[in-house]
Every structure is written in C-alpha cells, then in structure tokens.
Design a protein around this ligand. Structure first.
Ligand code: DER
Length: 220
C-alpha cells in the first residue's frame, strides 16, 4: 500500500461519519482531498443529500459546523496535532475550532511521540512587519529544545511565502520535546506580531489512522 492509498483509506472511513443535512468543514491537504472526492461521489449517487460543504474559509455564513474533516502533519498520543505545513493553519484552526466534531485523517507516518517529534516544521503565522525580530523571539522562547526558526520561502528566488491572510510563516524546528503544550501555546501567542500557530491542542475529537496493518480509530 502506498502512502496515498493509506490516506484514501483513512479519508473514506471519515466520510462514514457524515449524515445528510450536515454542515461540513473540509480541509485542504492531500488526505482531505480524498474525503472531498468521496463526498462528491456519494452526493452524485444520491447516498448523501443536502450537504453544506464550507471550505476552510467561510464561517460567517455557517457559524456552527457539524463536522470538520481534515488532515494533519503530526499527531501525538494525546491527539494533539501539528497542522499548517500547507500554509492554511489560521483558517483551518478557525473552522475546526467552530466544529462540534473534528475528525482528523492521517496515514501512520504522521504519528509522533511528542509534538515536533517528526523534526519537521511547526508553523507560526506572523505579520510581515519586523518578522526577523519575531522569529528571533520565537527561537529564544524554545532554546532549551534546540529550536531553530526559519522564514518559509517559495521557489528558487526564495521569496517569502505569503498566506491567504497576507502574513508570513515562521517554521519552528525542535530537537527535543517542548514539554507543556498549553504553556508553549500561551507564550507564543503573547508575542506581539504573532497571529496564530500550528499546534491544535485538544481540538481533535477523533483521529483515524490508516497503516499497513489496517485502520485505527482513536477517540478523545
Ligand atoms: O494542515 C496542513 O496544512 C497539513 O498539510 C495537513 O492538512 C496535512 O496535509 P496532507 O494530508 O496533505 O499531508
């Protein structure tokens, strides 16, 4: 089974949670895409009806979302997540924070022992003004964890990546666990210039993991 096969298996399992008439928040990553495709097929077959699918960017029209389905970059043993390597962490966090249920779909490669444990980025969305200063404050915050802060850039010219909200992303890389996530979150958000970060703490209600040995469903 390829990683994409596993993503599809997890996504199709999540779609089983959908009932006709629901307002859905749908994610934007490659795993969530399989869920969107599956929902489309069930709607065409008439197996699902009256679904309002709001892409992760339209809460004004539907302030209450019955169910959000989205991928993640990391999942720790307590169902805390890292999201945002696709750049949409702010809007995803807004929509998924407004949901009654938030079902996360991942292949087993996303499972970590602690947040940051993959050694890959934990994104922080920051305003463009004095981003270097903000990056150095973020790096200093987690120096005991061997944190390195890097501006996310695009292409050969290494232009700064700009989010849908016109902000920059500072990617944080940790060598060790940052310990208490809530405390880490509070200290990040207290820095003026920080908009939001990619740790989704205590937000997922269900995580569906597809692995070589089959599907695992973890409920909060
Ligand atoms: O939150 C994100 O941006 C992540 O990329 C997450 O959605 C996982 O994306 P993937 O399913 O394409 O790995």
């Amino acid at each position: 089974l390829t990683q994409d096969d596993l993503k599809k298996i997890a996504a199709y399992k999540a779609v089983e949670y959908i009932e006709s008439g629901m307002v859905l928040g749908l994610g934007t990553g490659s795993t969530a895409k399989h869920a969107v495709d599956r929902i489309g097929k069930l709607l065409r077959q008439g197996k699902l009806k009256d679904i309002v699918g709001i892409p992760t960017s339209n809460l004004d029209s539907h302030p209450v979302v019955d169910l959000a389905i989205d991928g993640a970059d990391e999942v720790d043993p307590y169902l805390n997540l890292v999201k945002g390597r696709g750049g949409s962490l702010l809007r995803e966090k807004m929509v998924e924070g407004a949901c009654k249920k938030f079902v996360v779909i991942v292949d087993e490669s996303k499972l970590v022992n602690y947040i940051g444990g993959s050694g890959l980025a934990m994104p922080v969305e920051v305003i463009q003004f004095c981003w270097k200063f903000t990056a150095s404050r973020l790096q200093n915050l987690f120096q005991e964890s061997g944190c390195v802060a890097k501006l996310r850039t695009l292409g050969e010219k290494a232009e700064p990546y700009v989010t849908d909200n016109g902000n920059y992303i500072i990617d944080l890389y940790f060598k060790q666990s940052i310990g208490d996530l809530k405390a880490a979150s509070d200290s990040i958000l207290q820095i003026a210039g920080v908009v939001e970060h990619g740790m989704f703490i205590d937000m997922a209600t269900t995580v569906i993991v597809a692995g070589e040995l089959g599907l695992i469903v973890k409920n909060k």
